[in-house]
Design a protein around this ligand. Structure first.
Ligand code: XMP
Length: 604
């Protein structure tokens, strides 16, 4: 019998990650729904309540199995879960005190939850609501300071009498530096669990599961050549043998320079070329996208076209009855709002409605659907896939399609009267000039999609001040979810949206800029240090320039659910400035300096 922890999934972006983190420490964890009957919670050694897109201050999502609080089992809540515990035991939660990103937690040293940790710990916040008082028998066991210097009480609370605890921050994300230790302290010190789960068993169990699902049939896998589809292909090949696995690589016209040729060669090198098929469908994709402007509209068109091309190819090859294989990983599902309560941050290409229908009909197989990128890489390494293929930067299924922002040329300035003065004043306190841009990009705030304006910051200030300015602006000004830093020579004081659609010309321009960035990262030994570096083409004319604007988005991350911006060395910036601004059609160059949240890694 395994000692097991239940993780109640209230739809927070990181709920599943909590279970993963517990399993990595060798203890079994299972996801449960808030309305599961009380009997379902009986056998657990502990319960964790996740974050949520709902607001505890407004009583949202308060209709769940509250009898869990009558059980003699330790309970720990994160963010929304923390607020639920505070409220249930007589504390107060208000709408306010919001924080995004990094904060310093000052802990009550000696509490078992913080055993082995420092008096001040770096933690990660993403919330609109806050706990402002706790009930009898509860105490504050930590308070926090955010980047802009404000103090937040009750960032960690607890009652040793009831064995109920809450953290306002998210210990499950990697940016809470010792979050894993805090979770482990709960699991071992408070719940008294013994270790019995191992990652070693996962591969064998998954192979058996694949054999069971596929039976005597075969799989037709969409193989982009990214890490996920490559690991999925090798795992399926192991389970089924190469005769029963067909791979289809589609050139959707949204690939990087020489990408398709490189991908086909890689599959040949790893010995999966027996049934390797290729189709150049760029005309189909680009025709379908010709008039599209909105991010979700583009994502749906790309996802639907993938299915259409896949079905046509299946028929042409006479294998249309095979199961559709996909290298979907967990963040694809959660960001698409694919669990019961999660908000749709963005529709991933492998989660469009047609695919959801096929999934419901049992026509899809996704062997990596419960994993995050780090686990996928670990599994790939266990199966002997070489480092070069495993450590390629992640590249989204919709490819450059979500890095080529589109616009009709209309200026999106409706809410500028209230936003602009606030941004300018705040930027000035950090010695920067702030220009709100008349376009929008996708972000994520407190587990909800945020489609808001970026701010262009100009000025020569130290990196830490720049990051503090971003944290202050995105936290204090509603309607702003990211900031970019001007890398051009002059300080633009105007920015004008210009018409821009998905065209071969714009894709060519983006491809050239992207290739310059990738080459520079490799040449300067930064490719491995930077987790991913989207290059984004934005249809904006900055003052005094002709042509559109390029945004560089280098980030550090591990699981893609959170990310921090990377400071590029001055010589790399200088080199990219020369190369990119020399491209005909490019007038501006900026660096995205936003963490996730409130920005996402990609702009759409
Ligand atoms: P965001 O932009 O949500 O991205 O912070 C998180 C990670 O997911 C990748 N991404 C995608 N991958 N299909 C994919 O296979 C998609 O539709 C998609 N959209 C984003 C993104 O590149 C990053 O690594």
């Amino acid at each position: 019998m395994h000692d097991t922890i239940a993780v109640i999934d209230f739809g927070g972006q990181y709920a599943h990650l909590i279970a993963t983190k517990i399993r990595l420490r060798g203890v079994r964890a299972e996801i449960r729904q808030p309305e599961d009957p009380i009997e379902a919670f009986a056998g657990y050694r502990g319960i964790v309540i996740s974050g949520s897109p709902s607001l505890a201050s407004h009583g949202e999502d308060s209709d769940y199995t509250k009898e869990i609080f009558d059980l003699d089992i330790p309970i720990l809540g994160f963010c929304f879960g923390h607020q639920q515990i505070a409220q249930y035991y007589g504390g107060e939660v208000v709408h306010g005190g919001r924080e995004w990103g990094k904060a310093d937690l000052h802990v009550t040293v000696g509490h078992p939850l913080f055993r082995g940790l420092d008096p001040v710990e770096r933690v990660w916040m993403s919330h609109y609501d806050s706990v402002v008082s706790v009930g009898p028998d509860f105490e504050e066991i930590g308070y926090s300071f955010t980047g802009n210097g404000s103090e937040h009480r009750f960032a960690a609370i607890g009652s040793d009498k009831f064995r109920r605890y809450g953290f306002q921050f998210h210990p499950e994300v990697d940016d809470t530096i010792h979050g894993d230790d805090m979770i482990a302290n709960f699991v071992f010190e408070i719940c008294g669990c013994a270790k019995s789960w191992s990652m070693d068993g996962f591969m064998d169990e998954e192979i058996l599961r694949i054999q069971e699902q596929v039976g005597s049939g075969s799989v037709f896998l969409l193989a982009s050549g990214g890490v996920d589809s490559t690991v999925a292909a090798v795992l399926l090949g192991k389970a089924l043998g190469s005769e029963r696995l067909h791979l289809l690589h589609i050139d959707n016209g949204l690939m990087r320079l020489n990408e398709s040729a490189d991908v086909l060669q890689m599959f040949t090198e790893i010995g999966l070329d027996r049934n390797l098929h290729f189709v150049d469908a760029s005309d189909t994709f680009l025709d379908a996208l010709a008039d599209a402007v909105g991010p979700e509209e583009k994502r749906r068109i790309i996802g639907d076209t993938f299915v259409q091309v896949f079905q046509n190819e299946g028929e042409r090859l006479g294998i249309e009855h095979h199961l559709l294989g996909q290298g979907t990983i967990y963040p694809d599902t959660i960001e698409t709002g694919g669990t019961k309560r999660a908000d749709t941050i963005k529709t991933h290409h492998n989660r469009v409605p047609i695919i959801e229908e096929m999934l419901a009909d049992g026509k899809v197989i996704e062997p990596l659907a419960d994993l995050y990128k780090v686990e996928v890489r670990e599994l790939g390494a266990r199966m002997g896939i070489d480092r070069e293929a495993l450590w390629r930067h992640p590249f989204p299924g919709p490819g450059l399609g979500v890095r080529l922002l589109c616009s009709t040329g209309a200026q999106d300035t409706e809410d500028f009267d209230s936003i602009v003065p606030q941004v300018e004043a705040l930027a000035a306190t950090f010695g920067l000039e702030g220009l709100v841009l008349p376009i929008r990009s996708v972000g994520v705030k407190a587990d909800l999609r945020a489609y808001e304006h970026p701010v262009l910051l100009s000025g020569d200030v130290p990196w830490d001040d720049l990051i503090a300015a971003v944290s202050a602006i995105t936290a204090q000004v509603p309607g702003i979810n990211r900031c970019v830093w001007n890398l051009g020579a002059s300080h633009p004081t105007t920015a004008v949206a210009v018409p821009g659609y998905v065209t071969r010309l714009r894709l060519h321009l983006l491809r050239e800029a992207d290739a310059l960035v990738m080459q520079a990262l490799r040449r300067h030994g930064l490719y491995d240090e930077v987790w991913q570096c989207p290059t984004v083409l934005v249809p904006l004319n900055l003052q005094g320039t002709e042509g559109e604007t390029i945004v560089l988005r280098p980030v550090r991350s591990a699981r893609a659910m959170t990310a921090t911006p990377v400071e590029l060395p001055a010589e790399v910036v200088a080199e990219l400035r020369t190369g990119i601004l020399a491209l005909e059609g490019i007038g501006g160059l900026t660096l995205d300096v936003t963490s996730k949240p409130p920005g996402t890694i990609e702009w759409e």
